[in-house]
Write a protein that binds this ligand. Structure first.
Ligand SMILES: C[C@@](CO)(OP(=O)(O)O)[C@H](O)COP(=O)(O)OP(=O)(O)OC[C@H]1O[C@@H](n2ccc(N)nc2=O)[C@H](O)[C@@H]1O
Ligand SMILES: Nc1ncnc2c1ncn2[C@@H]1O[C@H](COP(=O)(O)OP(=O)(O)O)[C@@H](O)[C@H]1O
Length: 310
């Protein structure tokens, strides 16, 4: 007989920043080959999934209004994909507590999709292998496998082929969240346009960054942060230059646009420095709001209470 778990399964999934993002030329399938170093941050979404007569998604938090609650939601798509694969009706109610900025270049939708995959594996007692979860993840989006994996990892292909990176210590970050999001496809398109008109610099390979991460020294990591999409994000949102400058003026070691932006991520020397940089940046009037976070943190995983229940 099929066992059905009726209590909600809760999963926490992290945001990411790309410490290194080298973008290749546009491929025939509309994607770009990447070499990227993903780093998972303690800015998280909490996703709860429970059995229900039909599919639904509820989103809570400051950015909730801009998130679709139908089949446009990546968590919904994740549930339908798994249900079809295992031959079940996709009857689940998904509740997302959003801590990750929406359309901020921090993989918030991917985090929710990853969380839903992990939650359904437990809720429906599927016993999926890691490879099966990663297979679903890669079909849902280029960033979703990393949201499952967490930590620090090199991504190649579309970003979905992952290898873990040795990184020592915890790094401390300040994130400057922007008022409006940026669409990922339009930032990639803008980079293609800039490359047709000129030769914006291209990131090399991340070898030196990997050594710096292994040393655990943020002053070595900072100067090696690089993002090929930054020129495109700044071209679409020139105001971000002020944000980046303000973070450095406030005492950060380095600042970078996170992925396709518009969130700016600032690496700081210590947890105390991050709090100070965050306070100063928040008073500078160059962003909607500021968050302090650290990394690396684990990927999507079930959270349990003191009695071991999820
Ligand atoms: C830029 C990055 C950097 O990590 O993250 P975000 O800033 O969006 O969080 C990723 O490449 C975003 O990954 P993700 O958001 O999962 O993208 P997908 O859903 O797979 O693709 C959305 C669109 O982005 C473009 N795209 C994405 C990945 C890739 N390697 N090349 C691309 O050109 C394509 O136009 C694609 O149609
Ligand atoms: N669960 C979700 N959370 C946030 N956005 C989502 C979600 N599902 C679908 N979306 C859509 O994906 C777009 C990109 O969102 P997000 O993943 O937060 O940003 P990014 O691609 O910059 O990392 C949003 O504008 C929204 O329309």
């Amino acid at each position: 007989m099929l066992t059905v778990v009726t209590r909600p399964v809760r999963v926490r999934a992290p945001a990411k920043v790309n410490l290194h993002l080298a973008v290749g030329d546009l491929r025939a399938d509309g994607y770009h080959d990447l070499t990227t170093v993903f780093h998972a941050l303690s800015l998280v979404d909490d996703v709860s999934v429970v059995s229900a007569p039909s599919m639904s998604v509820t989103v809570r938090g400051d950015d909730a209004a801009s998130v679709p609650v139908d089949s446009g939601n990546l968590a919904w798509r994740a549930a339908v994909m798994v249900a079809e694969a295992v031959g079940r009706a996709p009857g689940v109610a998904i509740t997302i507590d959003k801590g990750i900025p929406v359309a901020g270049g921090m993989a918030g939708g991917s985090a929710d999709a990853a969380a839903t995959l992990v939650a359904l594996d437990e809720l429906w007692e599927l016993g999926l292998s890691r490879a099966e979860i990663m297979g679903f993840a890669a079909r849902l989006g280029s960033d979703v496998p990393f949201s499952v994996a967490g930590g620090t990892a090199v991504g190649t292909g579309r970003g979905e082929k992952l290898l873990p990176v040795l990184s020592r210590n915890t790094f401390h970050w300040v994130l400057a969240l922007a008022k409006d999001g940026l669409s990922t496809p339009s930032v990639y398109r803008e980079l293609d346009r800039l490359r047709e008109r000129g030769t914006p610099p291209r990131a090399g390979d991340p070898d030196e960054l990997m050594q710096a991460l292994a040393s655990g020294d943020p002053t070595r990591v900072g100067p090696l942060l690089v993002n090929d999409l930054q020129a495109a994000a700044l071209s679409l949102r020139p105001d971000l230059r002020r944000t980046l400058r303000a973070g450095i003026d406030a005492g950060a070691i380095a600042g970078i646009v996170s992925g396709s932006g518009p969130t700016c991520a600032f690496l700081c020397a210590s947890a105390d420095d991050a709090v100070e940089v965050g306070a100063e940046l928040s008073g500078a009037g160059v962003c909607r709001t500021v968050r302090v976070a650290s990394g690396p943190v684990p990927g999507a995983r079930v959270t349990r209470d003191e009695r071991g229940r999820s």
